[in-house]
Write a protein that binds this ligand. Sequence first.
Ligand SMILES: Nc1nc2c(ncn2[C@@H]2O[C@H](COP(=O)(O)OP(=O)(O)OP(=O)(O)O)[C@@H](O)[C@H]2O)c(=O)[nH]1
Ligand SMILES: [Mg+2]
Length: 383
Amino acid sequence: MKVVVIIPTYNEKGNIDRLIQILEEEIFSSIKNHEMYILVADDNSPDGTAEVVKKLMEKYKNIELNSGEKKGLGAAYVRAMTYAIETMQADVMFEFDADLSHDPKKIPAFLQKIDEGYDMVIGNRYSDGGSIPQNWPPARKAFSIVANLFVRIVFLRLTIHDWTGGFRALKKEVFLKEKNELEKYNGYIFQISFLHKVVRDGFRIGEVPFSFTDRTLGRSKIAPAGYIFDVLKFVIVTRIKEIIFGKFGKFLVVGGFGFIINAMTLRVLVEYIDWHPAPANLVGAAFAIFSNYNFNNIWTFRERRSRTLGMYLFRMIEFYASSSFGVVVIQTGTIFLGTALLGKEFYFIYFLIGTSFLLLWNFTMYNRVIWRKKSASQVQYCY
Ligand SMILES: Nc1nc2c(ncn2[C@@H]2O[C@H](COP(=O)(O)OP(=O)(O)OP(=O)(O)O)[C@@H](O)[C@H]2O)c(=O)[nH]1
Ligand SMILES: [Mg+2]
């Protein structure tokens, strides 16, 4: 496979020469089963980094330079990965810092994982022997550890340990799938947002532990306050969107609509036709279940919807059957008991209480039965 190690640079004149020598002389020479290339993604560094790279290009024929306007680390990576695939025909790309913080000796271990079938391999500084520098000030250590823990917990992805690091290898298919969504993440937040999308889309992700060493030359480009704010904003906004626009949000919308149908039917039958609230609720619930079934079928679980009339009818019967215990015994039972003991006057209150019990019942059912089994038809029972 053709492997391109992408090194983003902004004022890394003091580091790039040494790093490239190490890669060429000590690392690439030991890799026999892949063709190794380097692509330096420089943003017209005023210190003349590009001039150093051009000199190295005369010595080593497997180096290319991709220069552009400075728009941030993420923008540089998107530009360089596009170049690596389109111009250099890369199959696999590395993200690799110029400041010697990433251990080049680990490159073969990343490639080994790619060979094993992983789509993306990330360097891990937080477990299995990986580490952050001892000499970091306590505030930086704390931020680094807490930020990663925060992302893992909020995204409910505990198995991925290092979300913010920039030592990674990925197959070109991974970048091509996510490219369009990455263009707005120009800065360092690119690392978290890219990984989040890769995880979301079910790519296989491996980890390689490594010890991150502090840069000894040149200046850090990261602005800590702005970065902390970007991380918090990205993680919280992304998670809220996932909840609202994900299955759970749809459940709430579908269930809320069903509730309105149920409540309106109940009131019309009781107030205008003078029905008893208990049978009136059964009719209202029957309409609501019909609405829930159909909206879940065409919206919430669109990808698993019933495709034949027979399946549609069979699942609808199943859906009514599974919903009936909650509706008949819990919801209508509460109305029946309330009106029998205390009279019909406050029937709507008993309806609201019964519906709250019903929600608790349904919630328990989803967790213990429906989500556990995860069968396409059962997952639709939401009333
Ligand atoms: N092309 C390009 N490279 C950048 C930009 N910002 C940072 N880089 C490079 O990205 C890599 C990581 O940046 P660093 O400043 O080392 O960030 P860091 O590793 O989080 O911070 P330190 O540990 O203090 O070095 C380095 O190789 C930088 O030169 C940018 O805007 N454009
Ligand atoms: Mg660095």
